[in-house]
Design a protein around this ligand. Structure first.
Ligand code: C2O
Ligand code: CU
Length: 459
């Protein structure tokens, strides 16, 4: 549970609002003597994915992805952000349970950063785990910019306790790039998609990325993030298995060994791999098209010569299903009464010739009433996907506990983003414990832009 600090959050938000400050303060910092400082500069950057493959985009501190921010759970931070681009910007701290004003989404009331302006985001990072930060501008206002933006980076909130032991720590963020800046949008089977020319881990294509060098017997801790605007991916390291420690940064109660990681847009997976199959391998996408676009990294054992092997599992055992690991029942997790929030996702193609809208219970953002939550109440979100497309749905400033996925009962898995398969239902429990406006939306950029979004509000 989150410590709300000495001042009541509501009082504090009122205070902060009345101060009209440019500091986007989450909570009083009065009780803490340490404040860690971070700074980000949003600027145009040139990314060289491979020799001759160059993308002009925007990033942080001259890089895309931006720097890995390491914060400590419970230690307040100030992040100064300077916007050196020509459009209004914002930085969203995906997966943190912080106040709405500092959350970086203008729909929640977090101010935008005008071109040339500087803003200080002040908050106390929690909970610990692999989070990330990214721009939260709406793509439709500038489709090229937001969809292809390199404005994202890892944010690691380090726990107070020691992490498990490992020999190497590796951060791999999936991203798709399009150098032409002309979005090739196609309607495939009623699911709008963008055809990207390139896919990468971080900022390098498979052909160019420095191999990951390992020794037999090493334990490598991988942090995976899918920072693609629109595409889910499936990853494998032939010859090896991933021991999944955390989903969306939240520790799973029973770490499971799997061959394939399913990583929906905006999801994160932390996994350990025991390097026990000497050889040269490729850690990459199961999808050949993705590999052709460059998504992958070579993994080379010391003292091994020869070409890298791509030899993925022939039969993918889908029962590895991220959530079907047997989970112990957590005592007391249903102590307060549960109200159900029914959320039906559909696609509305009624108006001929007009662009398809995505709807939640028949309405599209911004023409949609907020959902009102009562603080302290526990809700069961019943998310029903009545469309033929998968949706990586995300809730700001909260995590929810999965209860039922693909008809499989689960517990102990806390997520902030979940890939909801086509024509499927997910049930998840939400404890309303972080007052303020919270956005709920599909993280597939083209779905979010066309209305798949709603505010949750306390009151
Ligand atoms: Cu990762 Cu509303 O965002
Ligand atoms: Cu969607």
């Amino acid at each position: 549970m989150i410590d709300h600090g000495p001042m009541d959050r509501r009082q504090f938000l009122q205070l902060a609002a009345s101060a009209g400050a440019v500091s986007l303060i989450d909570r009083s910092l009065a009780w803490s003597s340490t404040v860690e400082q971070f700074s980000l500069e949003i600027t145009p950057v040139t990314v060289e994915l491979a020799p001759g493959v160059v993308v002009q985009t925007t990033g942080y501190n001259g890089k895309a992805p931006g720097p890995i921010l390491r914060m400590r759970e419970g230690v307040p931070v100030t992040v100064s952000v300077v916007n050196k681009t020509a459009s209004a910007e914002s930085v969203h701290w995906h997966g943190l349970h912080i106040g709405a004003l500092a959350d970086g989404a203008m729909e929640e009331g977090s101010p935008m950063i005008a071109p040339g302006a500087k803003v200080e985001y002040r908050f106390t990072p929690a909970p610990s785990g692999t989070r990330w930060y990214h721009t939260h501008t709406m793509a439709l206002t500038d489709l090229n910019r937001a969809t292809y933006s390199g404005q994202f980076g890892f944010l690691l909130v380090e726990p107070r306790s020691q992490p498990g032991d490992y020999d190497q720590e590796v951060f791999l963020a999936v991203h798709h790039w399009e150098p032409s800046f002309v979005p090739a949008q196609e309607q495939s089977e009623s699911c709008p998609e963008i055809t990207y020319r390139y896919a990468s881990f971080n900022d390098k294509l498979l052909s160019t990325a420095e191999p990951l060098r390992v020794r037999a017997g090493q334990r490598v801790l991988f942090h995976f993030l899918n920072a693609s605007a629109t595409e889910d991916v499936w990853l494998s390291l032939p010859g090896h298995r991933f021991t999944v420690l955390a989903l969306d940064g939240n520790a799973v109660p029973n770490p499971a060994k799997v061959e394939v990681l399913s990583l929906g847009v905006a999801e994160r997976i932390d996994a350990i791999v025991e390097m026990d199959a000497p050889g040269n391998w490729v850690l990459g996408s199961l999808d050949a098209t993705e590999r052709d676009r460059g998504l992958g990294i070579r993994v080379e054992y010391a003292n091994h010569q020869g070409a890298a092997v791509w030899n993925p599992p022939q039969v993918v055992d889908w029962s590895y299903a991220r959530f079907s690991m047997p989970q112990p029942k957590k005592p007391g997790s249903e102590e307060t009464p549960i109200e159900t929030l029914e959320m039906l996702f559909e696609k509305n193609s009624d108006a001929p010739g007009s662009i398809d809208r995505w709807t939640i219970n028949g309405r599209s953002y911004p023409d949609i009433e907020p959902v009102y939550l009562r603080e302290g109440q526990r809700y069961r979100m019943r998310m029903m996907n009545a469309t033929g497309c998968a949706h990586p749905v995300h809730l700001h400033r909260h995590s929810f506990e999965l209860k039922r996925v693909d008809q499989v009962p689960v517990s102990g898995i806390f997520k902030d983003t979940v890939r909801l398969e086509r024509y499927n239902v997910i049930e998840a429990d939400l404890l309303a414990n972080n007052p303020g406006n919270s956005l709920f939306h599909c993280h597939q950029q083209l779905h979010m832009d066309y209305g798949f979004m709603q505010l949750l509000r306390y009151g």
